[in-house]
Design a protein around this ligand. Structure first.
Ligand SMILES: Nc1ncnc2c1ncn2[C@@H]1O[C@H](COP(=O)(O)OP(=O)(O)OP(=O)(O)O)[C@@H](O)[C@H]1O
Length: 261
């Protein structure tokens, strides 16, 4: 029997000035699953995630976390249950890395409580998990794009929430750190919904995928069901060959840009 859905979006829609940006999206993430959210630039991935992590109120539909509407729960309660790696720039630019990661512990504190020795240990462990322990004393503003991305991932991990929501987590990361981050999510067994641009990463790591086009779902299913030459051509406008990997059986994508013979 499959695990229960930890997260459900039911008929989620959002519109701006009568333009439909996201329309009637139904999705779910079961406990322990790593689910990818794919789609071209402007297809609505971030807008959908912002409704799910409750910074954008849907025009229609609802988001259930553990069966409970996220808008019925307090922001603090949601933060205990959902950790977020957002795309927009970090506001805490002037802080040192250790303090940025410790912010992930805030939802667990009683009012006005200080960070405990346990909070420091959890923050240090999270930094080590993303290969960023050596950055602990640096100011966030002085880090490279990839280093900053890993620190923000450490903050999300330090939150120790059962559900992880990631908006382009591998943005700015070199190929080794891309694999390490996805491996880490897999290894920790965290229930995760991640917007991804790298179709090959999605093919390799995700249990299931949702593919957005113009704010609507164009396809959903396993990587082999979603990452077909037909979907890649109709949604991204790029020709591709897809073959099962000899090592993993998962789809391997070879792009054939228009200017190729
Ligand atoms: N407040 C807003 N007012 C008008 N249009 C908006 C607003 N917010 C988002 N949009 C538009 O909605 C569309 C979807 O944006 P969104 O950021 O969700 O896409 P995305 O799939 O995450 O894109 P990307 O891959 O480029 O990050 C875009 O065309 C964007 O310009």
């Amino acid at each position: 029997m499959s695990a229960p859905a930890l997260l459900q979006a039911q008929g989620l829609s959002w519109q701006a000035a009568a333009v439909h940006i996201v329309q009637d999206i139904h999705l779910h993430v079961r406990a322990g699953e790593l689910v990818g959210l794919l789609g071209p630039n402007g297809s609505g991935k971030s807008t959908l995630l912002r409704m799910i992590w409750r910074t954008l109120r849907p025009s229609a539909g609802r988001v259930l976390r553990g069966g409970r509407d996220v808008w019925q729960a307090s922001a603090r309660d949601n933060a205990r249950h959902m950790a977020v790696l957002a795309q927009e720039g970090a506001l805490e630019f002037d802080l040192c890395v250790r303090d940025v990661v410790l912010m992930g512990r805030t939802p667990h504190h009683k009012a006005f409580a200080r960070d405990s020795a346990e909070d420091y240990a959890i923050a240090a462990q999270a930094l080590a998990q993303v290969d960023a322990a050596h950055l602990a004393g640096r100011r966030l503003a002085t880090l490279s794009g990839g280093e900053r991305q890993r620190v923000l991932m450490a903050r999300a991990l330090a939150q120790q929430a059962p559900l992880l929501l990631l908006d382009e987590p591998t943005n700015h990361l070199d190929v080794r750190h891309q694999f390490e981050l996805m491996n880490l999510v897999r290894r920790l067994g965290l229930t995760t919904l991640a917007a991804l641009h790298e179709l090959q990463l999605a093919a390799h790591y995700c249990d299931r995928l949702y593919l957005l086009q113009g704010g609507r779902l164009a396809a959903q299913g396993t990587p082999a069901e979603v990452l077909t030459p037909g979907h890649i051509a109709s949604v991204y406008g790029v020709r591709a060959l897809v073959t099962p990997s000899r090592h993993t059986g998962r789809p391997m994508i070879e792009y054939l840009p228009d200017d190729m013979p």
